[in-house]
Design a protein around this ligand. Structure first.
Ligand code: DQA
Length: 147
């Protein structure tokens, strides 16, 4: 069965109470439920993970190599800082979609730079929790799965 890793980085465990005016009121568990429902609709499996640690995120990417068909990543602030996570994403040779709840290009200038973008086939940002569904749609279409 086709399966996608949905990887969430730093501070995304705080969703729901973290700056809801920017990130919305959905918790990460709410978003996980959305993703499970969307994946079922598309007939694929998902592994939904979150870590605040850069190394743990890199380990998840490495583990995806022989077990997943693609990676959707909201790396949080590591997006703007982590060459190591970018290198990991490039090293596993899987399609990567970069995802953000907020429109990072309409925010502070330091959020405009993304290292993850170098590893990505495309970027979805600014659509809140719905972006996760959009990303699953985009990844399944990229993988040639039709529903
Ligand atoms: C974020 C945007 C990042 O700039 C920020 O550091 C986050 C969340 C988003 O989903 O909008 O933690 O990735």
């Amino acid at each position: 069965m086709t399966s996608i890793l949905i990887l969430n980085g730093a501070n995304l465990n705080m969703l729901g109470t973290r700056q809801p005016e920017i990130y919305g009121s959905a918790t990460l568990d709410d978003i996980k439920s959305l993703c499970i429902a969307k994946a079922e609709e598309m007939g694929i499996g998902i592994s939904f993970q979150q870590s605040n640690s850069e190394g743990a995120l890199i380990d998840e990417v490495h583990m995806a190599k022989n077990h997943q068909n693609g990676i959707i990543v909201n790396a949080g602030a590591y997006t703007h800082t982590s060459i190591a996570l970018m290198d990991a994403l490039i090293s596993v040779d899987l399609p990567v979609i970069e995802l953000h709840l907020s429109n990072i290009h309409a925010r502070e200038e330091f959020r405009h730079k993304s290292y993850i973008a170098n590893a990505a086939i495309g970027i979805i940002c600014g659509f809140g929790a719905y972006g996760y569904e959009l990303a699953i749609d985009a990844m399944t279409r990229h993988l040639g799965i039709k529903r």
